[in-house]
Structure formats: C-alpha cells, structure tokens
Design a protein around this ligand. Structure first.
Ligand code: 13P
Ligand code: 13P
Ligand code: MG
Ligand code: MG
Length: 369
C-alpha cells in the first residue's frame, strides 16, 4: 500500500504594512526562503501565500498530522519572518506568535493549523482556503450547504457515494480546557448539525468525513487567539483544507455557497459583522479593515508534488459576486455601531467598552417612586 501523504497549512499574522493590510514582499520571501532551505529533507513540496495580513505555509510531507518536525520548521520560519517584520517596522510584528517556547506542535501557540493525512487517489484535487478578518465559524455555513444541501450540492442527489452522507466533527470552542467535540452524521442528523453550526462564534465544523469511504474530506483550524492570550490580539483568521470530487463534493459544489457573501464576525477591530467576500490570491484588505475576505487555491497533488495553484475565485463570475458583497458591506456599515452591525458584549474583542460601562454604571440612578 502506498504510504500516506500529509497536507499541512500553518498560518499566522507576523506583521503587515500600513496597519492590518498585507505582509511585505520581504517578509514573504523570508518565510518562503526559510522553509525552502531548512525543510529540504523534511518536506516534499510547499507553497507560501498571503490572505490580507496573514501568511500561510502549505506543505506536503510524510510525517503525519501534528508532526513536531513540520510544526517546528514552520514556527521557526514565522519567527525568522518576525525578525524581518520588526526590522521593517511592520505593524503587529509577531502578532500571532503568542508563546515563547515551542512544545511539540503549534496548536495553542497562535498560528492557525489545518492538516489532512490520506492515501492519495489516482487523481487528488484539493482546495486550500484562507480567510482574513473573520473567525473559524465563517466556514460553517458554506460547509453545511456543500455537504448537506442538494440545492447547492447536486452530487447529494446524483452521486451514489456522495449520497451516503458525511460524518461531522464539531467543536465547542468556548471550552478552553481541552478539545470538546461531538460527532454527528448527515443526512440523519442534519437539523442537529444546523442547530450547532448556526452559532459561528461557539461551534466550529472542524472535520468532515465521507461515509462512503471513511476518508477525511475537510480540516478547519479552530484557534481562538482570545482564549490563548486572554485578551484581544487579532481575529482568528481561519484556514481550511477540502478534498474534492469522486466520493466528495465537486470543486464547484464546494465553492457555490461563497456566492452568498454571508455575514460573519470580524471586520474592523474584530468587533463587527460584515459579509464574507471571496477574493483572488494574495489579496489585501482595505475598507473598514475588511471586508472579511476568503480566498481559495485549488491544487492537485501526486506523490506529494503540488501543481501550481489555480485561483478559484479569479473568474468574471466572482467579480459580480464581489460587487454584490461590497453592497452588502455598505448596507451594514451605514448603521455604524448600532445593533446588529457590531458584535454582542460577549464576543466584543476590546475591553474598552466594558471599562466604559463600569464607569457609567456608578452614575446611573434609580428614580424614587
Ligand atoms: P467533467 O465531465 O468536465 O469531468 O465534469 C464532471 C463534474 O464532476 C463536474 O462537476
Ligand atoms: P487581524 O486579526 O487580521 O490582524 O486584524 C486585526 C484588526 O483589529 C483589524 O482591525
Ligand atoms: Mg494583523
Ligand atoms: Mg489577519
């Protein structure tokens, strides 16, 4: 039997130009150069790119998931990049590197991690998603629609193996003392899955598995920076790997829900609601430190060797979507801080408002009858 291959994405914000816009060219070259030279014997292939101010390292190797050597390589590449970010005076240098000492793997240290280990199929297409100015639950709705709803995913009707359904592993990310997860299956428990996935801030679809083959199809990062640092240090800009075709939804079925531009948490100071805009490779952020963006690179892999990426949202169709999503952003921005435009107190990333309310509380008076 062929030896298994592992895809690993490790992604972090280690500094960016002009606020939270994008990393410098030099920063990207430093990270890429480090992985290339130091990873020579360890990894088979790699790709480095950015989404807004976050740098993602995709690597292929045979070390399995949560491999200490792979994680250490990427961690050190990000540290090396941070040195450059500091030298260049970039904003938020080393922002997502929250721990000083490396202990086994980068989970819980700040970077977002998504990994898949599998035996390569004769043709192995997969998608690498990376989002900025939002949170891991941003993928909940698109995944739900691609894997349970024939309105978006006709494979659920047309393909006998896709029709067998999927097993979902969903994490309660509000639980900080370890990984609290539940397994549910679609289609039988679709309504229960929906009941959890509607709450993007609390429940995150971390993994999806094919019931036809048992293989893992999806891996989503579940980092909650706030829980690690105990204060706001940036949003948990999530990454995701999705394998496509055959027993899994087709690439176009996985992309289809991004036409919605659904409202997610993030945007300015990680404290607002904005529509998720599907963007091209290496896009920056702009309007109101946003809008929340997601990009998707499609690859094929053979014996660990990657093709060049195909930029899935670089197509005239998505230009039209982007225009509509910009309108959605404009609509909600017009009401500024009011009501649904901003996150509820429990999710607000800044303590400033809590301090203000505490101060004002003392000045409230209860009227005498
Ligand atoms: P092709 O016939 O072009 O391979 O497309 C098949 C398919 O699965 C499209 O979703
Ligand atoms: P990042 O999490 O992408 O660094 O954004 C932080 C922020 O506060 C933007 O306004
Ligand atoms: Mg940043
Ligand atoms: Mg970011």
């Amino acid at each position: 039997m062929a030896k298994k291959i592992t895809l690993s994405i490790i992604k972090a914000d280690i500094g960016s130009i002009g606020g939270h816009i994008k990393p410098s060219q030099k920063l990207l070259e430093t990270v890429e150069g480090y992985v290339k030279t130091k990873g020579k014997k360890l990894i088979i292939d790699f790709y480095v790119g950015h989404t807004g101010d976050d740098i993602a390292i995709l690597s292929t190797h045979r070390q399995g998931v949560l491999s200490e050597s792979i994680h250490k390589l990427c961690w050190k590449a990000l540290l090396e990049g941070t040195k450059v970010a500091k030298k260049q005076g970039l904003y938020g240098a080393g922002q997502d590197l929250l721990k000083d000492t490396f202990s086994g793997n980068v989970k819980g240290m700040g970077p977002a991690v998504a990994e898949l280990e599998f035996e390569e199929r004769p043709a192995e297409p997969f998608l690498m998603f990376a989002a900025d100015k939002t949170e891991p639950g941003a993928y909940n709705l698109p995944l739900y629609l691609s894997f349970t709803d024939p309105m978006y995913s006709p494979g659920l009707m047309l393909s006998p193996s896709v029709k067998k359904g999927f097993k979902w592993v969903i994490m309660d990310v509000s639980h900080t003392k370890g990984d609290k997860v539940i397994e549910l299956v679609s289609p039988e428990e679709t309504y229960d899955i929906a009941a959890l996935l509607r709450d993007n801030g609390r429940f995150v679809a971390e993994g999806v598995y094919s019931r036809a083959s048992g293989e893992r199809v999806v891996s989503v990062s579940t980092t909650r920076l706030h829980n690690i640092a105990g204060r706001y240090v940036g949003k948990d800009d999530p990454v995701m790997l999705v394998r496509a075709q055959k027993n899994f939804p087709a690439t176009g079925e996985i992309l289809a829900p991004y036409t919605i531009g659904h409202y997610v948490s993030g945007f300015m100071r990680g404290s607002h609601i904005g529509p998720l805009m599907p963007v091209k490779k290496n896009s920056s952020v702009s309007f109101f430190d946003g809008p929340p963006i997601v990009n998707c690179l499609a690859f094929c892999v053979k014996n660990g060797k990657l093709t060049e990426p195909a930029d899935a949202f670089d197509h005239p169709y998505w230009d039209w979507v982007r225009d509509r999503v910009a309108q959605k952003a404009e609509e909600i921005r017009r009401q500024g801080f009011s009501g649904a435009a901003m996150l509820p107190m429990s999710e607000l990333e800044y303590t400033g408002i809590v301090d203000t309310l505490k101060k004002l509380e003392k000045r409230f008076k209860v009227r005498k009858k």
